[in-house]
Design a protein around this ligand. Structure first.
Ligand SMILES: N[C@@H](CCC(=O)N[C@@H](CS)C(=O)NCC(=O)O)C(=O)O
Length: 196
């Protein structure tokens, strides 16, 4: 597999995922901060919008951190990062896998841009509902699926880490403790070492 990656971007969560899965992967640096330097057609074949992360695995090509998370977790079932397709927890897993792109990130943009919340119309609800729903999701804990860590924790946990970086994480004990648990994972630490 080849992972098209740039440090301190959403590609960091794909790198964390690869480390959790324990699979070998060639890292292909793409400098999104210098778009004129990007001239690799295989990158655009995997990522039509020219965004990282993107993945090439044989003839399979895809972009988007959630899509890559779903793909790797299913492709390498022995890593135990996703409940089986017919397991009862599969539904909860899919919900939280898409919570970052579908709810957290749009709610963050709403907050940063100062847009007027419209909870009933906007698919992400609003920023405060996004947070309280997340807190409820952690009530069983320590992970979103209870005792079982999954790729959904990589998606949502990396969002907590980004929000903390941007000083957007509210004073929530549950989410802050969750972010700390994510940061403490050896695979996360290895991924951050590789980022350096
Ligand atoms: N929904 C995508 C978003 C990817 C994304 O926006 N990546 C940013 C970096 S964090 C990027 O590549 N930006 C460069 C550009 O759009 O030119 C995902 O989760 O992977």
């Amino acid at each position: 597999m080849k992972l098209f990656w740039c440090p301190r971007t959403r590609a960091s969560r794909a790198l964390w995922l690869v480390e959790e899965a324990g699979v070998s992967c060639e890292l292909v640096p793409v400098d999104i901060r210098n778009p004129d330097s990007i001239d690799d057609p295989s990158f655009y074949a995997a990522s039509p919008m020219g965004k990282v992360p993107a993945l090439e695995d044989g003839e399979v090509r895809l972009a988007d951190s959630a899509a890559i998370g779903l793909y790797i977790a299913d492709r390498y079932p022995d890593a135990g990062l996703a409940p089986a397709i017919d397991a009862p927890l599969r539904g909860r897993y899919l919900y939280w896998m898409l919570y970052t792109p579908g709810v957290i990130e749009p709610a963050m943009v709403e907050k940063i841009s100062g847009a007027t919340p419209n909870k009933g119309t906007n698919g992400w609800g609003d920023f405060d509902t996004m947070i309280t729903t997340w807190e409820k999701g952690l009530e069983e804990g320590p992970w979103l699926l209870g005792q079982k860590f999954s790729a959904a924790d990589i998606m949502v946990g990396s969002s907590a880490v980004f929000m903390r970086m941007f000083d957007m994480l509210p004073d929530s004990n549950a989410i802050n403790a969750y972010a700390d648990r994510c940061l403490a994972r050896p695979a996360y630490q290895r991924a951050m070492e590789k980022e350096k």
